[in-house]
Design a protein around this ligand. Structure first.
Ligand SMILES: Cc1ncc(COP(=O)(O)O)c(C=O)c1O
Length: 408
């Protein structure tokens, strides 16, 4: 069964405010069960983690619950789920930890298609270790990240390959499994940024070939928290900098300070929400979350196809990239308007779209677009509709026909 969009939209209270959200790539709206779970957790008694008293045990349960939920989302082992405040913070933790083991002459491969959160932590860790950084390039016309180039980029000295499973700028979904195969043949680790891809379809850690996969819950209807997952044996081999009295077990030793217990309740509720998107789905939560995200992906594809066709058909719109496999995200410019002007004018009309480089720094720099304001981004999430696409396209027509500029 497909997605019942009206029912699903009813589960996002923020949609009642009437904005049209094409900014899921920057952060989705929060699902009602998430809000309720966070509020419930805050209303009830919670202590810091302790087995001695019930509110302390509740905190432990909230952590365990979030680990289990993220594991079901990604096909991972709950004991391999590291929770943290953001994908950026978690990637820095891992980069510093791995970087401490690198030596001059070691090599790291990053890509110019990635969000800077999966670039700069590795570049800086390599610099600190005296290791060499090698760059995977995207095709400027198509926006593809050819997997074949990794055959040359990866050598016997490569310690790590960092690559995105979905570009937050132009949607490209590179062939991560092929890239991972090349990396693994050389004995390198593969760190995959799943922040943009995970909300848009079923994800399976093993079939991606990722040693480490990073995701942020606020991109899939949840709170502003993130997770970094790997085989627990992988974590067991790594020693992050940590406080002396904090837990030295895996995965806890990668987590800093006291977590936001109520928000962890929200992470669990967000995964449960995704698992409820296909009402006909059966089985355990892992099966239902896969079915729910498959239903969401199919709906998003329909909405996105209409958006892309509409943008491409308009002579005053320039669309960047045309990747064959992609997440439902596109960057574009409107002739005669800077990206910031376009976003502000659309914002004034109730349409939420980002402009700039959205931290896809290397992409926009390589395209020569960064200094002139980047682009405007439209990304589709499962609560978007074809009607919203038609309204956005009509608004763009109005702007191109001489609409007022609203520069902020
Ligand atoms: C593809 C991608 N990677 C990483 C990040 C960084 O995520 P966080 O805000 O959780 O650090 C983002 C945020 O927009 C993103 O889109």
């Amino acid at each position: 069964m497909g997605l019942d969009v009206a029912r699903v939209r009813g589960r996002y209270p923020a949609l009642d405010e009437g904005f049209v959200h094409f900014d899921g790539a920057g952060g989705t709206q929060t699902a009602a069960p998430v809000i309720e779970a966070v509020a419930d957790a805050m209303r009830g008694a919670i202590g810091n983690r302790s087995t001695a008293f019930a509110p302390g045990r509740r905190a432990l349960e909230l952590v365990a619950g979030a680990r289990a939920a993220v594991a079901d989302l990604l096909g991972a082992d709950p004991s391999g789920v590291v929770l943290g405040p953001s994908a950026t913070a978690l990637t820095y933790t891992l980069a510093r930890t791995l970087g401490a083991t690198w030596r001059p002459g070691d090599e790291v491969v990053v890509s110019r298609l990635d969000h800077d959160a999966n670039v700069r932590p590795w570049v800086q860790a390599a610099e600190a270790a005296g290791a060499t950084v090698r760059w995977a390039e995207f095709d400027q016309a198509t926006g593809e990240l050819p997997a074949e180039q990794y055959g040359d980029l990866v050598t016997g000295r490569t310690r790590l390959v960092a690559v995105t499973a979905g570009s937050n700028a132009i949607g490209t979904a590179p062939d991560v499994a092929a890239i991972a195969k090349t990396a693994h043949a050389a004995g390198a680790l593969v760190c995959v940024d799943g922040v943009h891809s995970v909300p848009h379809g079923p994800t399976d850690l093993a079939s991606l070939g990722a040693d480490v996969l990073v995701t942020s819950a606020y991109k899939w209807s949840g709170p502003h928290l993130a997770a970094m997952v790997a085989d627990p044996a992988r974590w067991a081999a790594l020693r992050p900098a940590k406080l002396l009295p904090s837990a030295d077990t895996v995965p806890d030793r990668f987590e800093y300070g006291t977590p936001s217990f109520p928000l962890l309740a929200g992470v669990t509720a967000a995964v449960d929400h995704l698992a409820s998107l296909d009402p006909a789905a059966t089985g355990g939560r892992r099966e239902r979350v896969r079915a729910g995200l498959a239903a969401a992906a199919s709906h998003e594809e329909t909405v996105f196809a209409r958006l892309l066709a509409g943008l491409t058909a308009r002579p005053f719109v320039t669309v960047y990239g045309a990747p064959a496999r992609r997440c439902p995200t596109v960057s574009f410019r409107v002739a005669g308007w800077t990206p910031a002007e376009t976003a502000a004018a659309l914002g004034e009309a109730g349409f939420c779209l980002s402009s700039g480089d959205y931290y896809a720094y290397e992409y926009f720099r390589a395209m020569g677009l960064r200094d002139s304001g980047g682009a405007v981004r439209a990304s589709v999430y499962h609560y978007n509709t074809t009607d919203e696409v038609d309204r956005l396209l009509a608004e763009l027509d109005r702007l191109a026909g001489g609409g007022e500029r609203m520069v902020r």
